[in-house]
Design a protein around this ligand. Structure first.
Ligand code: B1M
Length: 219
């Protein structure tokens, strides 16, 4: 099968929520030496975004969304080791406490951010999903974190990002600890409004942002 057909089939298998097929196409693409970031950007993300659009248009239902996310996660699992293998830096660039805010169980984007940060040399402590506001502060203190990352995918849970920043301030952790935010509904304007140190639209720019905030030279 040609490369473009493999990309097309992989995207289709995510939309159709078929983890077995998405895994097989991912393996084939990786075996052909395709960069895992290209696989993510050109097949997995468009696939899950299409599913989200169908869902909001009432053409797909929650179980379809769940299956699509399982297919995407199965492929991401296969991409992760290769992403790490290609990571340039081995020395720790800083400690990051990362999680999806309370009330929110979306984890795919947060996981991608964590994977790319750790593949680029950061030590990532992933608190998972539905993380209470106070846990971000406690873990930042306990682990002497340099950076706290808060993901939110729902307009209803974004407010929690503000609460994390307020809690970090109350604990006098600022400005030593930087707070970055992200997630589909998050904008630069929101980041400024809640006084986050930074916002990034995707996982690759989260790495650049983290390096900039921690004064690490961009290679
Ligand atoms: Co839900 N969901 N979902 N969902 N879901 C959205 C977010 C939605 C936009 C779909 C839609 O209606 N079109 C909508 C939100 C509407 C809104 O708030 N305005 C929605 C809804 C409504 C819901 C439920 C309420 C549905 C229901 O129950 N009726 C429910 C809520 C559950 C909850 O959290 N309490 C729900 C449930 C689910 C599933 C469980 C089925 C599943 C998640 C499974 C999982 O994560 N294990 C799911 C999915 C898959 C989606 C969509 C389709 C895809 C999200 C995703 O994984 N994208 C999503 C629609 C969409 O976004 N187009 C949708 C791929 C991922 C790579 O992108 O997460 O944006 P993203 O992450 C990016 C950037 O945002 C950024 O980098 C990432 C990588 O490039 N980024 C950061 C993310 N976090 C960052 C942190 C950073 C920096 C950058 O620094 C810390």
């Amino acid at each position: 099968m040609k490369l473009d057909e493999l990309f097309e089939q992989l995207q289709k298998s995510v939309v159709e929520g078929d983890p077995e097929r998405s895994s097989s196409y991912t393996v084939l693409l990786l075996e052909k030496g395709v960069d895992p970031l290209t696989i993510i950007d050109q097949a997995l993300v468009p696939g899950i975004q299409f599913t989200g659009k169908q869902f909001s248009d009432g053409e797909m239902f929650l179980p379809d969304l769940m299956l699509a996310s399982e297919a995407m996660q199965a492929s991401l699992k296969l991409c992760n080791p290769e992403l790490h293998r290609r990571g340039l830096s081995r020395k720790s660039l800083g400690r990051v406490v990362l999680g999806t805010i309370s009330g929110d169980i979306h984890e795919i984007g947060k996981n991608l951010v964590g994977t790319l940060l750790s593949a680029n040399g950061f030590e990532v402590f992933d608190l998972g999903v539905n993380v209470p506001v106070e846990t971000f502060t406690q873990k930042a203190l306990e682990l002497k974190a340099d950076l706290v990352g808060v993901s939110a995918l729902l307009t209803t849970t974004m407010e929690g990002q503000r609460k994390v920043i307020e809690a970090i301030e109350r604990a006098n952790l600022r400005p030593a600890v930087k707070v970055i935010i992200g997630g589909a509904p998050v904008t630069d304007g929101w980041a400024k409004e809640i006084r986050a140190d930074g916002y990034s639209e995707d996982a690759i720019s989260a790495v650049t942002l983290a390096k900039r905030l921690l004064n690490i030279p961009l290679l």
